[in-house]
Design a protein around this ligand. Structure first.
Ligand code: DX5
Ligand code: ZN
Length: 228
């Protein structure tokens, strides 16, 4: 629910992305990063249209939702899909605490943000690297989260786009009270510059689940981001 996510994201947080987890043992991978201190678990949904890959859907979100909620955490759903307004209800029912969709994926961003809030979730809008920050200017007050893609969406393990901190600071000026989330190429070397620019939620996939020691990696990224 939105209250849980709002409370957790009042402080800076690193959000592990399960896209880079080992799905044959997803529960224990989630347990491991939560043991390390993570409370916001990021779920990347791709449809093979908005982005080329097909990843996971509501069944997988629901499969970890009880575990995450029981440990005091929240499920942060990132929809990289066309016509996201058709899918928000099923993700809310699957246990999402926040749902973020792409501004490029729908002409109905305003209505979709309101609908997400009505379903009891924090509402987020994401923009791709090639989308100007002004795309979210009219959504101030409607979005609880503005997600700045710091790689082109679709795959984990890509390099952080160097101009991203500058974009984050321009976005922060337009976003009002919304939290700024950054997603793509976040690690101990890049999180600090994104934090200084105004980001407060830091998605990390391969830097966490691809690390030999995810617990140590979590601590390093959180320290670099100034996160709890
Ligand atoms: C990419 C996804 C990301 C992805 C990030 O399109 O939205 O959440 O998991 O992966 P890393 O942290 O490896 O860049
Ligand atoms: Zn994501």
């Amino acid at each position: 629910m939105s209250e849980r996510m709002a409370e957790l994201t009042a402080e800076r947080r690193v959000a592990p992305s399960i896209l880079s987890a080992d799905f044959s043992r997803l529960g224990s991978q989630v347990g491991e990063v939560m043991e390390a201190g993570a409370r916001v678990i990021h779920v990347d949904v791709m449809d093979g249209h908005f982005v080329p890959p097909i990843t996971i859907g509501p069944l997988v979100a629901a499969s970890i939702a009880d575990q995450v909620h029981a440990a005091g955490g929240a499920i942060d759903v990132h929809l990289m899909i066309e016509a996201p307004e058709r899918q928000i209800e099923v993700f809310a029912k699957a246990g999402a605490d926040s749902i973020t969709f792409h501004a490029e994926a729908t002409p109905h961003a305003s209505r979709t943000l309101s609908a997400i809030r009505e379903l009891g979730c924090l509402a987020g809008v994401a923009i791709n690297p090639g989308t100007p920050v002004e795309a979210v200017a009219e959504l101030r007050g409607l979005a609880d989260i503005v997600l700045c893609m710091t790689v082109n969406p679709g795959w984990g393990g890509q390099a952080f786009i160097a101009g991203s901190p500058d974009k984050v600071s321009r976005l922060a000026a337009l976003a009002g009270d919304a939290r700024i989330e950054v997603d793509g190429g976040i690690d101990a070397a890049t999180a600090g510059s994104a934090a200084a620019a105004g980001a407060s939620l830091f998605v990390a996939g391969s830097a966490l689940f691809g690390a030999a020691d995810p617990v140590a990696a979590y601590a390093e990224i959180a320290a670099a981001a100034g996160a709890v």
